[in-house]
Design a protein around this ligand. Structure first.
Ligand code: FE2
Length: 370
């Protein structure tokens, strides 16, 4: 393991959500977001504790888990946070090593290294805590015998159970954003730096991200290959109103995952499908589109199409990106999604922050939370 990758992280293996009703979440992510059901764990498979559905689309895997008993710790998680992200799980070279090294470097242990097995083989699993009640699992496959030692559909104790969704074209997780409490951004950036060897990739301060109310500060932490990007937001003082980050924390009741950004190859196609499926997006005023030619210059897409779908555009010296944000996908104003397409641009849409936050504030105002 190098200094640049001290834990031997390979990729994001999956994201696990704790939800109040996994069966209905599965239906929503399959029919609205185009995921396919891949695997299942529940009473029928001998799991007396929880029910989980594994959903996949291209290289993205989400797990939706609900507790079957009120004394399961997932029940407490849902009581406190509502539906939300419990685990951003990494595939690593060696879960024992990753866990021991992370703890040595200052991470709080969550799950000690252990074998996780069924008739299809075994994996090693461990986990450490990150912000709020969120954890990072470390999962490794034993490849000592010249190959994968786990042959099941997902992970041990999951049974293959396929129901195809209609793919909307999201390919991979681009970044996962954490909202942390006022004054805690640097602490959590140091955590990703010290524990995982991540570097500060981009910093946004309140001059970049401030409207009348919804001020925030953000630092993007990234692995050296820029494959795993974790922006960390904290609320900043607005001019008398409540930061959107503070609204999140007030409802999530702690720090937690704010949004997951899903990368696609043809955003016009993807957003059209999502909209047809009933996914609700934030809209910016139509005047936003009048300013695009001057602000971002020549682009391949027709501005009329972008305007019809509500897609935003931003440019950096290397290219441009197209992005759009859903409304929160729960009743609490907490987790939402970003759909984006990169055309050379490595940024996060700084040029859109203002228009976007005016739109978010409008939503906050409707909720009585500004
Ligand atoms: Fe984002």
């Amino acid at each position: 393991m190098s200094e640049q990758n001290p834990l031997g992280l390979k990729k994001i293996h999956h994201i696990e959500f704790f939800v109040g009703n996994a069966k209905q979440a599965e239906f929503y992510y399959r029919n609205a977001f185009g995921f396919s059901r891949l695997a299942y764990s529940g009473l029928e498979t001998g799991n007396r504790e929880t029910t989980s559905y594994v959903m996949s689309q291209n290289r993205i895997r989400f797990v939706f888990t609900t507790p079957l008993n009120d004394d399961h710790f997932a029940a407490e998680h849902i009581r406190k946070h509502g539906d939300g992200v419990r685990d951003i799980a990494f595939q690593v070279e060696d879960a024992d090593f990753a866990f021991n090294e992370a703890v040595k470097r200052g991470a709080k242990p969550a799950i000690e290294p252990h074998d996780w097995e069924d008739e299809n083989g075994n994996v090693r699993h461990a986990a450490v805590h990150t912000y709020g009640d969120t954890i990072h699992s470390f999962i490794s496959y034993n490849t000592a015998n010249n190959g994968h030692n786990y042959s099941g559909p997902f992970l041990p104790t999951f049974t293959e159970q396929r129901i195809e969704g209609e793919d909307v074209g999201v390919q991979i997780i681009d970044h996962i954003v954490g909202n942390v409490e006022l004054g805690k951004m640097n602490h959590w950036c140091d955590y990703y730096g010290d524990v995982m060897g991540f570097e500060r990739y981009i910093t946004f301060d309140d001059k970049d991200i401030s409207t009348e109310y919804s001020a925030l500060m953000s630092i993007v932490m990234s692995d050296s290959g820029h494959n795993i990007k974790f922006p960390i937001n904290e609320p900043a003082e607005g001019k008398g109103g409540k930061s959107q980050i503070q609204e999140y924390i007030d409802y999530y009741k702690s720090a937690g995952v704010q949004h997951v950004a899903l990368l696609c190859k043809d955003i016009l196609h993807t957003v059209q499908k999502l909209e047809d499926n009933g996914v609700e997006f934030l809209r910016v005023p139509d005047t936003y589109y009048d300013e695009i030619p001057e602000r971002v210059g020549e682009i391949d897409e027709s501005i009329e199409d972008l305007k019809r779908l509500g897609i935003l555009v931003d440019r950096d010296p290397e290219g441009y990106l197209l992005q759009i944000f859903t409304k929160p996908v729960e009743d609490r104003p907490t987790v939402f999604y970003e759909i984006l397409q990169r055309k050379g641009c490595k940024g996060f849409g700084k040029g859109n922050f203002k228009a976007l936050f005016v739109s978010i504030e409008e939503e906050q105002r409707r909720r009585g939370n500004l």
